[in-house]
Design a binder for this molecule. Sequence first.
Ligand SMILES: [Ca+2]
Ligand SMILES: [Ca+2]
Ligand SMILES: [Zn+2]
Length: 492
Amino acid sequence: MTRTFQPADPADAPIGAAPPAANGGAAAPLPTYGVDRIAAYLTEGYWAETGRGPRSFDVAPGEALTVDLSALSGAARAVAGTALDAWTAVSGIGFAAPPTGTGRADITFAEDGAGAHASTLVSEGQIYFAAVNVAEDWSDYGGYYLQTYIHEIGHALGLGHAGDYNATADHATDAHYANDSWQMSVMSYFDQDATPADDGTRLYLDTPQRADIAAIHDLYGRPAWLRGDDTTYGDGDSTGDPGMDLAPGRARTIHDGGGRDTIDLSARGADQVLDLAPGRFSDLDGARGNLGLTAGTVIEVARTGPGRDTIHGNGAANDLSGGAGDDTLHGRGGDDRLAGGPGSDRIDGGAGTDRAVFDGTVAEWDAIWDARGAAGALGLTRAATGETDRLTSVEALSFGSQELAVAALLSELSDRFGPIAPGSDAVHRAPVAALVDDDDPLPLLAADMAGPANGWAVPPGGDDRDIWTGTDDDGGAGLAAWPDPAGLPDIA
Ligand SMILES: [Ca+2]
Ligand SMILES: [Ca+2]
Ligand SMILES: [Zn+2]
């Protein structure tokens, strides 16, 4: 058996300090790679293109590699420890000091060499030892210092670069695919600004990114128990792992194995755009694309603050709260609970049996019934404030402990004001409580949320047009031309 000592990365350049030139060339457009293809490049493609084979340690999630940090200063040791924690959080592989008296650690760290680089001793695909050096003066690079440690540990664990480059690279000439970027991989040489295919704000990374996480799972397995409990991210972070407080000014990716999980941004004033669909990026705290979710991550609960926020749910039963401000909540699939909070909100339940939750009592709210156009639209306005929530694909309304079926409310409105007819210009307003207290009172919603399974599938007038089902994102005609409720006659 022959063993060769192969420098994985002889001279990673300080790309954070000297970003590559912008793409100014006129080359043919590059393809966009999916996460799995980038991951395959990290584990195999890079090594093949540089004449080497794939490699990994003989270790499994739940086990630990030994690390020797004794050559590092205290500050470097802390940053290296944070970077190791970031890898443990997504791989389940621990890192521990070797027992005294034993031989060389699996990964040895140094900072007395120039630059940043990693080497691995590989035989027949197995890594026996790895060495990481991040020069001490890289601490001058601010947030890039941690990102560099995450990158070099990625090499130590068996990952190559995100393209066939080393030491220096230019996206225009060296990238294999348009989205070769820090947004997808900490093993990329290209920051978010250097990458035309992603619109992310240039920010340093606190974690391995989506392709890195897929790659490390390809090499070592993907344990379902990673953050498998009920986890909170953002304010009140329950993990203590690097980046999971979602602090402004950094970028990161969440990987979560299960449980009922929460992203809490309710104490922050920025206008948040939070997309909980697995595999999507969100725009947090005024930056773009600075939160990624892996394909296996399902976040159920999200809360935003006083800004003008947009929260998109996922296929799970989401509980979304916009806080103050004029927010847009989009439940997507699953039986969702959507609380717009103060402000005039857009509430779109999407598929499933969804409940819109209102502040105050039912006596404080009027129903707005917009019969203009072929598609009807329902809204609720709070008489004291004039705040109006526009509802699409919502099946139930909740006021404190009182719940109403939207189908019954629509039926009541239809009885009073007539069915929706194309070309009608009618907009009606009536206190919800008056509808409830009518001679033919609205039934309170049964505990099982009985009602149409999807959309407002109760056609007033009895025809079969799907007039109550709004579109998912931009609303129907009735929503687009919403009236000022203050100008409507109170006819109830
Ligand atoms: Ca979890
Ligand atoms: Ca808000
Ligand atoms: Zn490298």
